[in-house]
Design a protein. Structure first.
Length: 190
């Protein structure tokens, strides 16, 4: 599939998350199923395009319902001159080549401590590395994340290039979902 084949244009309302992290303002959008179906994978995928005519590039997250969701941080909200509840115009498509993912510090340290794991890591595809990172960072507890980091290094050290038994879409395991939308207050409705 080429990026052109994955192009979608749609309008969507910016939703306010129920639990904003770190007190920072951000919004999210759940992609229409038809737009998500055009993307090359159900797991994390990087897209580029425009929102209200402003260029952006972002990593979409799986919503666990065979679709994706997009986080719009405060900087992007200002760039597109939009706020919660606004309907904005999207024109998106998958990037031609998935960019290298940022390796979390704990995983990077673990890989550096294991030359065999690091060698296999460097010999995997970008998509495989993205899945390994997604599997590790999707852990909800520190203890689980630490175990997954150690398990990943053990598996990589034995030459395993892909994390098995990991549903990166969240559809079968329900491991992933879009944020919950905050309830609107009376002042937001007026």
């Amino acid at each position: 599939m080429t990026p052109k084949d994955s192009r979608s244009q749609f309008n969507a309302q910016l939703l306010r998350p129920e639990e904003p992290e770190d007190g920072n303002a951000w919004a999210f959008v759940i992609l229409p199923k038809a737009a998500s179906e055009k993307l090359p994978r159900r797991g994390r995928v990087t897209v580029e395009g425009t929102i209200n005519g402003q260029h952006f590039q972002a990593l979409l997250e799986p919503d666990g319902q065979k679709s994706h969701w997009l986080k719009l941080d405060e900087k992007l909200l200002k760039k597109i001159a939009a706020s919660f509840g606004d309907t904005v115009c999207f024109d998106v498509n998958a990037v031609a080549q998935e960019p290298e993912p940022q390796i979390p510090l704990d995983l990077s340290k673990a890989l550096q401590a294991s030359p065999e794991a690091l060698a296999t890591w460097q010999d995997t595809t970008t998509i495989a590395r993205l899945d390994w990172i997604h599997w590790i960072t999707s852990a909800k507890q520190t203890k689980t994340r630490t175990k997954r980091t150690n398990d990943a290094c053990d598996m990589l050290a034995t030459g395993k290039k892909r994390v098995c038994c990991f549903d990166s879409s969240g559809y079968y395991s329900k491991a992933f979902s879009a944020p919950r939308e905050a309830e609107q207050t009376d002042s937001e409705i007026d």
